[in-house]
Design a protein around this ligand. Structure first.
Ligand SMILES: Cc1cc2nc3c(=O)[nH]c(=O)nc-3n(C[C@H](O)[C@H](O)[C@H](O)COP(=O)(O)OP(=O)(O)OC[C@H]3O[C@@H](n4cnc5c(N)ncnc54)[C@H](O)[C@@H]3O)c2cc1C
Length: 492
């Protein structure tokens, strides 16, 4: 799918400049911004927000104590708003149930002896002695095999998974909302710089020493896969910054009726404009907002692709009524997602033999590094949401590109009552992260609607047309890496 740098034009500076060019085609897909606005704000947003408030999605297991593997972190949480509250294991619904034992591997020898005992007792049609199959594996070999398994698991993972770390703890996300924390300056910049400069694909011979590290006008020189990577990361960055603008600390103490020890929190329009107005961002702000829609589309496609599998999950918390409600809410939301007519088409990516395989490895390595960089974030609350959202995006990339979900079949499969236990391919924390990450993006798009209305002085009204055709037909030739010309064709 082609990409036209003219789509990323600079809008004139006025009070609503952030939104003037936030219309029409998104680039790199057949979709447009207005379609997503309507679909998200009306159909997805209410459902996903209600879904992630369920117990299964509210508790996230994460290791926030891992050392930064890249540099000595010298930052300190400057504000009390950085801190997070963790939960005791006992307060987590469903804890000590199947989850903690879910991934404990049995040794092949144990499995065999159990199988033989249960199946072979009383059998008279074979001689157990002659038919004996020696499945013994020495402890040393078992250790090696465990390493193979860890390796095999890791090659398809786009993220480090730390929910089995001794130091991992449960966090109740509802007690730790993503909002303004005051985390800024050199520490925050080092994270973003390291992500864009060292762990993101950039146009070759980039002359920029300072932010912004990538100019959208140069994106057309990159192939589809590299552009997708950059746009996904940039979209995540936009989402984080939209949240801090929409839940900004307006006053430490609160005013009048709003007075509270927690302070007064709400949208900060000036902060939003500073971050996204073209006049203050070298013209890039609206493009960064488009990247938010782009990463939303990517994650929504992953949910659709893994939908039949996700519909078969148990969502166990130990409360049968709540679990049933969660499964119904998942089916309902996925049912809506299946109807979206212009899903991202990941099959256009990574085609082209050895070169494509190498690129996919590079893509995965870059993303894994980004997930490791999250351990360097110097504010606990930012780290929590940064880790959750990168794990969610990493899970989406795994669904899209590991090949494991390519034969998942049509969504009707999900209607089968069968629940696969043995065939589990996603960990609980990956599922929790995937849905919460998507909920964050959905919330950001909804917040944009609020900012748009505030800036234009209108009362709240949902914009956009359902499936407004328009630009959607204007899809040009593929410019995936290894597929020939890196220059995208113009929109026809
Ligand atoms: C993982 C992580 C999580 C964070 N979570 C929070 C949080 O929950 N609450 C909070 O208050 N702060 C959070 N922060 C800090 C916040 O993101 C900013 O870094 C901080 O507010 C300083 O903002 P800034 O204006 O200097 O620009 P930054 O957001 O730090 O961006 C640095 C530079 O990157 C470029 N840039 C900006 N946006 C984009 C984009 N979307 N795409 C491409 N380039 C871009 C610009 O050139 C900008 O100058 C987090 C930071 C990180 C790294």
């Amino acid at each position: 799918v082609g990409f036209d740098t003219e789509l990323f034009e600079t809008a004139p500076c006025d009070s609503n400049a952030c939104f003037d060019s936030l219309h029409g085609s998104l680039g790199d897909c057949s979709c447009n911004v207005d379609t997503i606005d309507y679909f998200n704000n009306v159909k997805i947003f209410p459902r996903i927000q209600s879904l992630v408030s369920k117990d299964y999605f509210r508790f996230y297991k994460v290791n926030l104590k891992k050392e930064c593997p890249f540099w000595v972190d010298d930052s300190r949480c400057a504000m009390k708003y950085c801190h997070i509250k963790t939960c005791s294991k006992e307060s987590v619904p469903g804890y000590d149930s199947e989850y903690e034992n879910e991934y404990l591997e049995e040794s092949p020898a144990t499995k065999y002896s159990e199988n033989t005992q249960s199946k072979c007792k009383g059998d008279s049609d074979h001689d157990p002695d002659l038919g004996y199959l020696n499945m013994t594996i020495s402890a040393a070999n078992q250790f090696e095999i465990a390493k193979w398994k860890a390796y095999d698991d890791s090659v398809e993972n786009f993220c480090q998974n730390d929910d089995k770390d001794v130091e991992a703890e449960y966090v109740d996300l509802s007690l730790n909302p993503e909002r303004y924390t005051g985390y800024k300056g050199p520490s925050a910049h080092r994270i973003w710089r390291s992500i864009y400069q060292e762990n993101c694909f950039r146009p070759k011979s980039n002359p920029y020493e300072s932010f912004p590290h990538v100019l959208s006008s140069d994106l057309g020189n990159m192939c589809l896969e590299k552009r997708v990577f950059y746009r996904a990361v940039s979209g995540l960055h936009s989402s984080i910054n939209i949240h801090l603008c929409s839940k900004y600390l307006l006053s430490e103490k609160g005013i009048g009726f709003a007075a509270s020890p927690e302070g007064e929190w709400g949208p900060n329009i000036a902060e939003f404009q500073r971050r996204f107005d073209p006049s203050q961002t070298f013209g890039e702000g609206p493009n960064w907002l488009k990247n938010l829609y782009f990463v939303y589309l990517l994650e929504m496609r992953a949910l659709a692709k893994a939908g039949p599998y996700l519909e078969r999950e148990d969502y166990f918390t130990g409360n049968p009524t709540e679990d049933e409600e969660t499964r119904n809410a998942i089916s309902n939301m996925l049912g809506i997602i299946y109807t979206f007519p212009e899903h991202f088409n990941e099959s256009l990516m990574f085609n082209g033999g050895l070169q494509a395989t190498q690129l996919k490895n590079e893509f995965r390595e870059h993303f894994r590094n980004i997930s490791r960089i999250m351990d360097c974030v110097g504010c606990d609350k930012c780290k929590l949401w940064g880790k959750l959202q990168t794990q969610g995006l990493g899970t989406a990339l795994k669904i899209l590109f590991s090949g494991k979900w390519d034969s998942e079949g049509d969504p009707d499969q999900g209607k089968l009552p069968l629940r696969h236990k043995s065939n589990k391919r996603l960990h609980r924390s990956e599922i929790v992260a995937l849905f919460n990450a998507f909920a964050r993006l959905s919330n950001s798009i909804r917040e944009l609607e609020n900012f748009r209305n505030m800036l234009s002085g209108h009362s709240s009204e949902v914009r956009g047309n359902v499936f407004s055709g328009g630009d959607s037909k204007r899809v040009s030739a593929n410019s995936a890496c290894g597929s020939g010309s890196k220059k995208p064709a113009k929109w026809s």
